[in-house]
Design a protein around this ligand. Structure first.
Ligand code: UFG
Length: 325
């Protein structure tokens, strides 16, 4: 298929582009490079630097394509609570532009980056696709709203979509083609790496009194290359079956913050400065996906999401960036 990947220069997007090309699809990357890397990893992909708020350009660049994979969004949970307008403009208005451009051009295949954040805190058990949706952040709200718009565009414009709720995306391309590091990361694994490589002084583990085996929070970390494969399979599924689907993407297995930290120390081979701090507001004790629906419908099975590969692949990306640290 001829696919436009909006947000294809970003962390997850660049892995999606790689997976699409490997599967033989034709790819155009549409990205405003606001947070994505300027590096073109793949010669085969055509790159366009443009914004989803620019409707005429969107229509022009989508013309002649069969499908859109839309990953362009702001994603900082904390920031979404202090700067909601930014999230309204980019995540909601921008995505409506994408849907309307697709509609105007008769493009009826869309894979959308959603998030576990649509579920809020969960109830501590593996989260099924139809679990109650109760976002605790404005970010999560924007993702849930788009899922609702998609359902209407499906009904009114026969737009078949896959909405993919990522749990904790982590890791880097094990083939070491994609290496761009996020600036000022806030997520656990890159923060640990910055502490290992001396870019920041010390990791703070937020809370050690959660009702979990070691007192730290449990999350479902899914390797970004596994996420990327799921996008390709989801696109092929909605195209083949001519129907829409909502899928949770995780491994179904939880890892604690302390387990992640310990593994990073092991891979680094040296201590990484760490202290325990207060709980971070809004952090649920445990968020784990039930991933059986994606496994069943897409025949998708995570290949790279072991604790060791998650940490080692990230470590190698940092090591390549900071060879002497
Ligand atoms: N953590 C620390 N110290 C840090 C950073 C994180 O202890 O410096 C802990 C957090 O408290 C949490 C775990 O590591 O327990 C994972 O935190 P992240 O910030 O990496 O990820 P979250 O689970 O908070 O959020 C992720 C995505 C969001 C998405 C959410 C859905 O980053 O975009 O999952 O639940 F909305």
């Amino acid at each position: 298929m001829k696919v436009v990947v909006i947000g294809g220069a970003g962390y997850i997007g660049s892995h999606v582009v790689q997976a699409l090309l490997q599967a033989g699809h034709t790819v155009k990357v549409y990205d405003n490079l606001s947070t994505g890397q300027t590096i073109n990893y793949f010669d085969e992909a055509h790159n366009v630097e443009a914004d989803i708020l620019d409707y005429p350009t969107l229509v022009k660049e989508l013309t002649g394509y069969d499908a859109v994979i839309h990953l362009a969004a702001f994603k900082a949970v904390g920031e979404s609570m202090t700067h909601p307008e930014k999230y309204s403009i980019n995540n909601i208005m921008g995505t409506l532009n994408v849907l309307n451009a697709m509609s105007a051009l008769g493009i009826t295949r869309m894979v959308f980056s959603s998030s576990a954040a649509i579920f809020g805190e969960g109830d501590g058990t593996p989260i099924q696709e139809d679990a109650p949706k109760a976002p605790t952040s404005y970010y999560g709200f924007t993702k849930l709203e788009i899922e609702r718009f998609l359902a209407w565009y499906d009904r009114l414009r026969s737009m078949r979509y896959a909405t993919l709720r990522y749990f904790n995306a982590a890791g880097y391309d094990p083939s070491e083609t994609i290496l761009g590091l996020e600036k000022n990361p806030a997520n656990l694994i890159p923060v640990i790496m910055e502490c290992a490589f001396g870019i920041r002084p010390e990791l703070t583990i937020f809370g050690k009194d959660y009702p979990t085996q070691d007192g730290t929070c449990i999350r479902d970390y899914i390797h970004v290359s596994d996420l990327a494969t799921a996008h390709v399979k989801a696109l092929e599924y909605i195209d083949r079956e001519d129907k829409s689907v909502a899928l949770n993407l995780g491994t179904g297995m939880g890892l604690s913050v302390k387990e992640i930290y310990d593994q990073a120390v092991l891979v680094h081979g040296k201590p990484i400065p760490m202290q325990y701090g207060e709980r971070r507001a809004g952090d649920p004790a445990q968020l784990v996906a039930s991933s059986s629906k994606a496994q069943e419908l897409l025949h998708w099975h995570p290949q790279h999401s072991t604790l060791d590969t998650l940490i080692t692949s990230t470590y190698q990306a940092y090591r390549r960036h900071y060879p002497r640290a």
